[in-house]
Unconditional design. Structure first.
Ligand code: NAD
Length: 357
């Protein structure tokens, strides 16, 4: 099969890690008889340097014309004094909205070889965890009505959480479909004991769950979920939640894996085209030193194969190559344990994964 991929390398370690993912995708294409073409576009600080703005129209057009998008990271101290609406990070909201991406999928998986990197105690980790957080990305309080007004104590600021049945069903369906491909459990997280929008969220999720009798469905209040994630993370498979709760819980879930350089993410919309990126930033402190861990971006590439191109066996092959390289004891500096020997560079880690593929 043939697919076109827009590359948004961005800033800092972005170019290094995207080049690594491209090398792994090219090897995968060769192994399975596919053809991937890659076209780079500017985004973030490098786009400001060249064009004056972080998200040039050619980048949006290029992404819309591609089958999918792979992003590195944007931002860095060089652009910190840019005005708010021209900061590199502003481009991320712009490109997500231009591509109509309303779902964010964030796996939080504990790699057995990296158990010691988790801040959780061994008895809490138990046999490990592999959670998929499905976060609504374009609704809720981050996009609701906001402003200033006169309140009981003088001027006050307000933001509004609002969700329609259509938005809840749309994200719910993604969660149930995702669970059908995993261990068939969905936990919907809300604050239905307090918020009206959460009560509608819960009612809608309940009705939707009837369409998926094979999926074991449960609800949880967000405050309890925040506790349960550090008390017994193994109980979760797919978590589905609103924009703000997902923002907070997905960061908590990534921290308990202990390895920011390992975690991938996917943003999806109504079409097969998605945007895939590591959850970490541009790591300016190690940029250009060949020290970055490329695995989060390589795994983002695997998610692209699975979710945008329907190439599950190919995605499995990449994920299993990463597992085997870690099991064999290879590490980049960020995941080096106290007993490990010298770390691999970004390019050496990429070569190891390609070798095993
Ligand atoms: P960061 O994720 O870039 O870095 C945090 C720490 O983790 C640093 O010590 C860094 O060296 C390390 N780290 C991150 N990724 C790594 C990797 N792949 N391998 C090894 N070590 C890694 O977060 P930050 O320092 O808060 O932000 C730096 C810049 O990135 C800022 O400009 C911020 O706005 C931007 N940012 C961008 C995105 C994005 O593009 N999606 C996300 C978060 C932050």
């Amino acid at each position: 099969m043939e697919f076109s991929i827009a590359l948004l390398k961005g800033d800092g370690i972005g170019p290094e890690i995207v080049d690594s993912a491209v090398a792994v995708l090219e090897k995968t294409a060769a192994k399975f008889g596919h053809k991937f073409s890659f076209t780079p576009y500017l985004i973030g600080g490098c786009a400001i340097d060249e064009t004056g703005i972080p998200l040039p129209p050619e980048t949006i057009e290029g992404c819309l014309a591609s089958d999918s998008v792979l992003l590195g990271a944007v931002g860095g101290p060089k652009w910190d004094d840019q005005p708010g609406n021209n900061r590199p990070e502003k481009a991320l909201l712009g490109i997500r909205s231009a591509l109509g991406l309303f779902t964010n999928l964030r796996p939080a998986k504990l790699y057995p070889a990296l158990r010691s990197a988790s801040p959780l105690k061994d008895e809490i980790i138990g046999s490990g965890f592999d959670i998929m957080i499905v976060r609504e990305l374009t609704g809720g309080i981050y996009f609701g009505d906001r402003g200033y007004r006169e309140g009981k104590y003088g001027q006050e600021a307000y933001d509004t959480e609002a969700y329609s049945i259509t938005e809840i069903e749309r994200i719910g369906r993604v969660a149930f479909e995702t669970a059908m491909k995993r261990s068939k459990r969905v936990c919907s997280i809300d604050k239905a004991n307090v918020l009206e929008s959460s009560r509608l969220w819960r009612r809608t999720m309940h009705s939707l769950s009837e369409e998926y009798p094979e999926v074991e469905y449960s609800d949880m209040f967000v405050d309890n979920a925040a506790m349960q994630l550090v008390r017994d993370p193994g109980q979760f498979d797919v978590i589905v939640t609103s924009n703000m709760f997902g923002d907070i819980l997905s960061d908590e879930a990534s921290q308990i894996t202990g390895s920011i350089g390992m975690l991938a993410s996917a943003s999806l919309g109504d079409t097969a085209r998605g945007m895939y990126e590591p959850i970490h930033g541009s790591a300016p402190d190690i940029a250009g030193q060949n020290k970055a861990n490329p695995i989060a971006t390589i795994l983002s590439g695997a998610m692209m194969l699975r979710y945008s191109f329907g190439l599950s066996a190919e995605a499995d092959a990449i994920e299993s190559a990463v597992d085997r390289v870690l099991d064999a004891g290879y590490r980049t500096a960020d995941i080096l344990g106290s007993t490990d020997t010298a770390p691999l560079t970004c390019t050496e880690m990429t070569e190891k994964i390609i070798e095993v593929l």
